[in-house]
Design a binder for this molecule. Structure first.
Ligand SMILES: O=C(COP(=O)(O)O)[C@H](O)[C@H](O)COP(=O)(O)O
Length: 327
């Protein structure tokens, strides 16, 4: 539940609720919405003192941060925008925060385009690409390849329980790419038809592990067994700075109802009735793919073997990592 602090603008609360309920979803889209929300807070703040203004912005960042735990693009976006807040007056702080949020959004879009061009080089005319979930970074690679005149086909995993594969299929059909939609369990069988597995990421750890939609790790293991290369498309905003100091990435556990409706539950537990506490639903939203199953991580800074991602992380983040809302 999104907490409602009195000094946080209703538009920020609404964005936080949309992220929590997955009306806004996908790591890059979440980051973009979070930056936008901080800009809105800055624009609408009625604070008359610079310190009060800053407190409001930090409270807004905390509200946004607490929505979903796994996509590091969210705290990275909040940190980036808040670091730009500067000046001795409210109006200076407002202007610098808004400018920084806009800069962030521009760079995010640019990074995705650049990454798409880099990733498209891995794809050849006539290739068949298997996708999982819906990733705008992964789609950017396909879009760039199509713009290059390559013809592609896609095998799109449905991606239970929320079926984000449908969003991917819709986008690919808009681009006129032939799509074969499969249930998740058909992936190993269909890998024989695929030239690449292409997925996005919510977070990438310092050791090159890829945290992405549940099912990615099984897909990657199967792909390795079938000899199909696994490509991860992820802007550097997906790199998780805390993991450099040994922290692990929290995997979001979502509501049972995404997996099992009340009606289905009652059907399974018909003999035991409502009191059946022997029926537990587990609904992890993400999993961790070890680096040895990933062939390349494609970022806007180039493509990397997963084991070398830590060097890029050090370049980008140094050692300065704190909670995003902390000065
Ligand atoms: O796992 C998901 C989305 O999960 P959810 O639907 O639970 O948010 C996507 O693969 C990544 O977020 C990358 O997406 P993008 O490349 O668009 O950042």
């Amino acid at each position: 539940m999104v907490s409602r602090q009195s000094d946080v603008d209703p538009a920020v609360i609404e964005t936080a609720e949309d992220i929590e309920a997955m009306r806004i979803r996908g790591a890059a889209t979440i980051a973009d919405a979070a930056a936008e929300a901080l800009a809105t807070q800055a624009k609408r703040s009625a604070a008359t003192e610079p310190d009060a203004f800053e407190r409001q912005l930090r409270a807004a960042a905390k509200t946004l941060y607490e929505t979903r735990p796994t996509a590091v693009s969210l705290p990275n976006a909040l940190r980036y925008v808040l670091r730009g807040m500067d000046g001795e007056t409210v109006s200076d702080r407002r202007a610098t925060t808004i400018a920084r949020a806009e800069e962030f959004q521009r760079e995010l879009a640019q990074a995705q385009t650049t990454l798409g061009t880099i990733g498209s080089n891995r794809l050849c005319d006539g290739d068949v690409v298997m996708t999982h979930c819906h990733s705008t970074d992964a789609l950017a690679c396909l879009e760039a390849a199509l713009e290059d005149g390559k013809s592609l086909e896609a095998i799109v995993k449905e991606t239970r329980p929320r079926k984000q594969g449908h969003i991917t299929a819709r986008q690919l059909r808009e681009w006129d790419v032939p799509v074969t939609l499969i249930v998740d369990n058909a992936a190993r069988r269909s890998l024989d038809e695929a030239d690449h597995v292409l997925v996005g990421a919510d977070s990438i750890a310092a050791d090159g592990s890829v945290i992405n939609k549940i099912g990615t790790s099984g897909l990657a293991v199967n792909a390795r067994e079938r000899g199909v290369p696994v490509m991860v498309a992820a802007q550097t905003i997906k790199l998780h700075p805390d993991t450099m100091t040994g922290h692990t990435v929290e995997i979001e556990m979502r509501d049972d109802a995404e997996v099992l409706s009340e009606e289905q539950r009652a059907d399974i537990a018909s003999d035991a009735g409502d009191a059946d506490d022997g029926l537990v639903v587990e609904n992890p939203a993400f999993d961790v793919t070890p680096p040895r199953y990933v062939d390349a991580i494609v970022t806007e800074r180039g493509q990397f073997p997963p084991e070398s991602i830590v060097t890029l992380m050090r370049d980008l983040f140094g050692d300065a990592i704190g909670e995003p809302w902390e000065p």
